[in-house]
Design a protein around this ligand. Structure first.
Ligand code: NIG
Ligand code: FE
Length: 405
C-alpha cells in the first residue's frame, strides 16, 4: 500500500471553471506541494498518476480562489448616517465638499491604533474569505499623513499574517485632500511623492500606488506627478478614474503603464483605446455604482470591442460600497453592467489577478499556485446567478484546505 503524502491531494469529478472558461467535462485535479500538479478529464484519469494522493473532495464546482483586486478594507467607523443623507437626495460630492465622505473616515482612522484597525477590519476580511477570496488587494487612503498611511499599510500586511490569504497592498495617499492642506493641494502631492511613496517603498509596505483622479480628488497633472514618483520607486500604478466625470485619468494611467483603471463609468473611446494599447485592465466596481445609485454605465461594449480585459471587484469601503461579498459583485456585474456570468467570474479570478500584475494567480492550470474554491453548486454560472451565502464547501490556499464545511 503506498503511503499517503499529506501534501498530495486530489479533487475528483469536479466541474472546473479555470479562470477563463468552464471546462467541458468533469475533471480530476491533483495538487502537490502547494501547486496544481495535474488536471485530467475524470474518465481518463489513471490512478497511477497520483499515487499516494488523498482524496480531498468529490463533486461540485472548482474555481480559482477569488481575487478581490480593489478594496479599502482597512478603516475605522462607518458612514451609515451619510447613507441616509444620500437617500434623502444629498449627493456623494456634496457630502465630500462639506467635509464628510472620505474625510469622515479619515478622522476615525487617524484616531485608531493599529490594533483597533485590525479589530475593525478582520470581520470584513473574514466575510470575504467566507465567500471564497484567496487574494485581496487592500488600499490605504484614510490616513493622509505619512505616518497614518503607513499605519494602514502595516495593518493590511498584518491582516495577511492573521488569516490564510494573500494581501496585496496599495498606497492611496492621493485619495482626498486632508483639511490641513486646504488650498495647498500641490504641497500635499509633494508630501505623497517625497515622503509617502519613498517610505512605503523602502519599508516594502506597498506593491502599487493609486490615485483618485476626480474633481473632488486630484487633477490629472497632480496624478502624473504621483505616477512619476511611483515609477521612480519601482511601484506599479493604478487609478480611480472616470467615476464621476471624464478627466482623462484612465488614458493618463495607461500612458504610465498602469495595471488597471478602476470605476470608469465616464470612460470614452479614446480612453478605451489607450487602455487597450497599454494592456491596462478595466476594473469594474458595480457595488459603488449600485450604492451611489449611478445611472451612467461603463462602456462595456467598447471595452469588449477593443479587447480590454475586464475585472470585477468589491471596492469594499465605508462610503460607496460597504459590501463584503464578492459573489454579489459577480451578480451585480451581470444585472447592472450586463456582463455574462463567464465574464464576471473571469473578472473575479484571472482578470482580477492581471489587475494586480499577478499572472500566476486566478487560474486553474498546471504549475499555478493551488488557491482554489470548491462550491456546492452544479455549474459555475450559478455563482453570478444566485445571491446566496454559504455555498463554499472548501477554500484551498497554497494547496492547504484552510476552510471546510
Ligand atoms: O472607490 N472614489 C473614491 N474612493 C472610493 C470611495 C471611498 C469612500 O467614499 O470612502 C471608491 O469609491
Ligand atoms: Fe475604490
Amino acid at each position: 500500500m503506498p503511503t499517503q503524502s499529506t501534501s498530495k491531494r486530489l479533487w475528483r469529478d469536479v466541474q472546473v471553471f479555470d479562470g477563463l472558461v468552464q471546462l467541458d467535462e468533469a475533471m480530476t485535479v491533483l495538487v502537490e506541494d502547494g501547486r496544481i500538479a495535474g488536471l485530467w478529464p475524470a474518465r481518463e484519469f489513471n490512478e497511477a498518476r497520483a499515487e499516494g494522493a488523498a482524496c480531498a473532495g468529490r463533486g461540485g464546482v472548482l474555481t480559482p480562489g477569488l481575487v478581490d483586486c480593489h478594496t479599502h478594507l482597512v478603516y475605522a467607523g462607518n458612514r451609515a448616517g451619510e447613507f441616509e443623507q444620500r437617500l434623502e437626495g444629498v449627493s456623494y460630492e456634496e457630502i465630500a465638499r462639506a467635509g464628510g465622505g472620505i474625510l469622515s473616515s479619515v478622522r476615525a482612522t487617524r484616531a485608531a491604533s493599529e490594533d483597533e484597525l485590525i479589530a475593525a477590519s478582520l470581520p470584513r476580511l473574514d466575510a470575504l474569505l467566507a465567500d471564497g477570496v484567496t487574494t485581496v488587494e487592500i488600499k490605504s487612503g484614510y490616513g493622509l499623513t505619512a505616518a497614518d498611511e503607513l499605519k494602514m499599510l502595516r495593518v493590511a500586511r498584518r491582516l495577511g499574517e492573521l488569516r490564510p490569504v494573500r494581501v496585496i497592498t496599495t498606497l492611496l495617499g492621493a485619495h482626498a485632500l486632508p483639511p490641513e492642506y486646504a488650498g495647498r493641494a500641490d504641497d500635499y502631492v509633494s508630501l505623497v511623492c517625497e515622503e509617502m511613496i519613498p517610505a512605503a517603498a523602502a519599508e516594502g509596505l506597498a506593491d502599487a500606488v493609486d490615485v483618485f483622479c476626480e474633481g473632488i480628488g486630484f487633477s490629472p497633472a497632480q496624478c502624473e506627478r504621483i505616477y512619476q514618483a511611483a515609477k521612480a520607486h519601482g511601484l506599479a500604478i493604478k487609478a480611480h478614474a472616470e467615476q464621476l466625470s471624464n478627466l482623462g485619468g484612465s488614458a493618463l494611467a495607461a500612458r504610465y503603464g498602469a495595471l488597471s483603471a478602476d470605476h470608469i463609468e465616464y470612460l470614452d473611446e479614446a480612453g478605451v483605446r489607450a487602455m487597450a494599447e497599454a494592456g491596462t485592465v478595466a476594473v469594474l466596481l458595480p457595488g459603488a455604482f449600485h450604492v451611489l445609485r449611478e445611472t451612467r454605465l461603463p462602456p462595456i461594449e467598447l471595452l469588449r470591442q477593443y479587447g480590454v480585459p475586464m475585472a470585477v471587484a468589491s471596492d469594499a469601503n465605508p462610503g460607496t460600497s460597504p459590501i463584503c461579498m464578492p459573489t454579489l459583485m459577480a451578480n451585480l456585474a451581470c444585472t447592472l453592467f450586463r456582463l455574462t456570468p463567464r465574464e464576471a467570474l473571469s473578472g473575479m479570478t484571472a482578470q482580477a489577478a492581471r489587475a494586480l500584475g499577478r499572472l500566476d494567480l486566478g487560474r486553474i492550470e498546471v504549475g499555478a499556485p493551488a488557491d482554489l474554491c470548491l462550491w456546492d453548486i452544479q455549474q459555475p454560472a450559478e455563482l453570478a446567478y444566485a445571491v446566496q451565502a454559504g455555498r463554499l464547501r472548501q477554500r484551498v490556499f497554497k494547496g492547504e484546505v484552510v476552510y471546510a464545511r
